[in-house]
Design a protein around this ligand. Structure first.
Ligand SMILES: O=C(O)C(=O)C[C@H](O)C(=O)CO
Ligand SMILES: [Zn+2]
Length: 276
């Protein structure tokens, strides 16, 4: 388990680009036949990538969780960004194709991940938060997510938000998670930007060629900094930080939130005039 201790809202203003990357990003999520785990201090989110190629991989517990098994007091959101795979939760199997989501409830003792075909592996992206009660484990296929079409072609921000693990599709303690697909010929996410002091958020960018980048803007609205994001890397947004990006091409990203409430629309909206 790695640890991400995010810098505070004053320190980030004086940091070099490398220090910002170290302080806010998770640079390596998917490693062949491994599970990577990063424990963050943004609402105690644990961010993980699982890429099974030649074997089934279990979700392990860790000293920091002080629990007999990972989900003893935690819930987990899983989205598959690779080829077909299978998640097994206490003996029940869930087949997950690309961009399907799975909610795993508190109390699930044994969780494991496998690819259908290791030559075209599944890539499971996980975000977990502490949970106060047990809600049922549930699979939500991408077509069953709540869809929001946002943006305009002439603003370069045409995109579809898939709210897959959210109060409209299931019950969870604090996790709200989904996918945003930027349409071809568009590059901006979360434009205009926002903050939400009631929740923290983690973005994970993917579905773009390895040489392309997303320039992710973070920080207080009056002190915005850019972090250059490679595909399949994640960045944490503390409560005080905007989170918005522009790509060198179109791309997809997964957003996941935890905190005081689960209301997606509870945002403090900004205009670009507020940003400097
Ligand atoms: O493109 C967008 O707009 C988003 O995807 C916004 C995120 O879902 C978000 O930041 C929710 O708080
Ligand atoms: Zn947000």
């Amino acid at each position: 388990m790695k640890f991400l201790l995010t810098p505070d809202s004053n320190s980030y203003k004086r940091m070099t680009n490398a220090e910002l990357e170290d302080g806010f990003t998770i640079p390596e999520l998917f490693v062949v036949d491994e599970i990577t785990l990063t424990y963050t201090d943004v609402d105690r989110a644990v961010v993980s990538g699982v890429m099974p190629v030649s074997k089934t991989i279990d979700l392990p517990t860790h000293k920091e969780l002080a629990s007999a098994y990972f989900c003893e007091r935690r819930e987990v959101g899983v989205i598959n960004i690779g080829d077909e795979g299978v998640v097994t939760v206490d003996g029940e199997t869930f087949n997950m194709t690309n961009k399907d989501s799975l909610y795993i409830g508190r109390g699930s003792e044994k969780v494991s991940f496998a690819s259908k075909d290791g030559s075209t592996p599944a890539k499971f992206y996980l975000v977990s938060y502490p949970a106060h009660t047990a809600y049922p484990t549930k699979l939500v296929a991408q077509e069953n997510a709540n869809k929001l079409a946002l943006g305009e072609q002439d603003q370069s921000n045409k995109r579809t938000i898939y709210q897959s693990l959210c109060p409209k599709t299931l019950e969870s303690c604090q996790l709200v998670m989904g996918i945003t697909e930027i349409e071809s010929g568009n590059v901006w996410n979360t434009k205009p930007p926002h903050t939400h002091a009631r929740r923290t958020e983690v973005y994970m960018y993917f579905d773009m060629p390895s040489h392309e980048r997303v320039f992710h803007f973070m920080g207080e609205p009056s002190n915005v900094r850019a972090v250059v994001m490679k595909p399949e890397t994640a960045i944490a947004s503390p409560t005080w930080s905007i989170h918005s990006g522009v790509g060198s091409t179109n791309y997809t990203f997964i957003w996941a939130m935890g905190g005081e409430n689960q209301e997606f629309d509870d945002m403090d909206h900004l205009t670009l005039a507020d940003i400097s």
